[in-house]
Design a protein around this ligand. Structure first.
Ligand code: FES
Length: 126
């Protein structure tokens, strides 16, 4: 069951985007923090990395112990790499590629984010 849920999260590249889903105004996001969004049964974490003036979106589900939690993770940088740390066991993932920066456990699906006229959008392929 949980593996089926995980299988629903697939990285969307900018070229794959068919739907730009309007999430909220920039002002509704915490600075240097994340919020969770539901879209067609998926839970997505969107991060306002204001220190770097960057936005990211990943699955909200931490693949380690399958917790819907990543939007509440601490974000930071490892060298040039923007990352999020899961609040539970501090596994860290690249916000750019979704790669697990601590080893072999599965990676995160990532989604494109754009900001247009003060509104934040996440890109989905369907
Ligand atoms: S549940 Fe996220 S690191 Fe363990």
């Amino acid at each position: 069951m949980i593996n089926e849920i995980i299988a629903n999260y697939k990285t969307v590249t900018p070229a794959d985007v068919k739907v730009w889903y309007e999430v909220a105004n920039v002002s509704e996001f915490p600075k240097n923090g994340g919020v969770a969004l539901s879209y067609k049964g998926l839970q997505i974490a969107i991060f306002n990395f204001s220190r770097r003036d960057e936005w990211y979106a990943t699955q909200n589900l931490c693949p380690h112990k399958k917790q819907m939690i990543l939007s509440r993770g601490m974000i930071g940088s490892e060298g040039e790499e923007p990352k999020v740390a899961c609040p539970f066991h501090k596994k860290t993932f690249s916000l750019k590629s979704g790669k697990n920066l601590n080893g072999s456990e599965c990676d995160l699906a990532t989604y494109p984010v754009k900001v247009d006229d003060g509104m934040v959008y996440v890109g989905f392929s369907e």
